[in-house]
Ligand binder design. Sequence first.
Ligand code: OOG
Ligand code: NI
Length: 473
Amino acid sequence: MAQTWDQNELRARFCHALSEMYKTEVPLYGDLVDVVFEADTKAVRDSQEGGSKVINPDDVLPSRHRVERHGAIRLGTAHELSTIRRMFAVMGMYPVGYYDLSLAGFPMHATAFRPNTQDALSQHPFRVFTTVLRVELLTEKTRELAQRALERRDIFTPRLLEILDVVDKNGTLTPEECAEFIKNGLETFRWHSKATVTLDEYMLLKAEHPLIADVVSFPSSHINHLTPRTIDIDLVQQLMLDHGMPAKERIEGPPKRQCPILLRQTSFKALEETVFFQDTSDTFVKGSHTARFGEVEQRGYALTRKGRQLYDQILDRVNAEAEKLKLKGNDYEQLLQDHFKVFPDTLSELREQNLAYFCYQLTSAGEKVARDDMSISELGTTVVHLQTLLDKNILKYEPLTYEDFLPLSAGGIFNSNLGNVSQSKQLIMSAEPDLDGFQRSLGTLIADEFHLYAQMQQESLLHCKQHLGLEDI
Ligand code: OOG
Ligand code: NI
């Protein structure tokens, strides 16, 4: 069915409106956006002045960077998840990747709602990491309390639900309905300082796990952080400290490299905010809650399964050794750098060893070959090896950007923002992942992120093959 609205445009507008709302709710996030702008401007200037840093100007302007950000929300029920799925689909955002957070001791699992084609990503790459509580991993005491509180709330406005029904029934949205969609959609993510539980109940939930309290105690699924993308995260970290912002101690993820891989992230620590808890006599008591923060990320190359395995192996070794030797701070960074030396750090090695995904394109010489059939025969055959086309400078390649998340570094971020966790952590850590259960609640299948990258790489090769008039590459 032909759509009557532009999903990419709606996503861009929604992301902008959400960012503006979050700036008024968490002013420090606005400061962070300014710091990112300052850092990126400086990084571009330095690279243009011939500094040592190699920055691909395509990565800078006009680019995704100015607008790019991700957010994170936490949901409580299957109904909330399936409705969020319908809401994000209106903006061209679909579930990609399954993240089992029980590995890090959280009674939750997650997916990322994001655009899933290169075209949509290049138009506006907004994504939302969406966690869902696994009530079956709670103790009986908190499970009942959580279920009761979650049943009572409705995180969607009635008008939003009507609009979603219109989309499902007719596949159409008028410009007025799009505007209402944004206005009503924001309500789902708005912060409310009035809790839906009593202070005692909150403390009980929090004692089991601070995240349970965050999911269950409020009438909406407030956005818990927004994350702009930067081209120089080390500089942002430095500037945050210079500006006296409560920055996290270290940048999560891989170390700084010539060829950046996956994702590096840092944040300012969550703020303690005043909350009014229900009282038995329908009045409120004052308390506080710590959950909302601002984060920043630098995106690197998407790794293949093989590349990702190597990354995970190295990180596991680093963490085991750091724990044994009780290494922290600079010592930890040094250990990380040392261990990552075995991860190839040139584009050609990453490609030849099948560690990262790439997009192939015709060079200008290649374009000439494509225009002039005669030159094709110079290649001698209609089936040409990819390496030959690269050697002959007919094709070139560039790495695909990693569009997803790193649950373990997410774990680091969770931990630093929510204080210590309880003994029930051990129990949670022994739980199995539950992809089937997640998909059942979602009401659809989750796309495999590796599959999406492989498909993009394959499509770029197909495109080259067709242009060169080859049978196969
Ligand atoms: C989600 C954390 C995941 C990231 O950047 O890895 C995330 C959460 O805190 O709910 O956003
Ligand atoms: Ni995040």
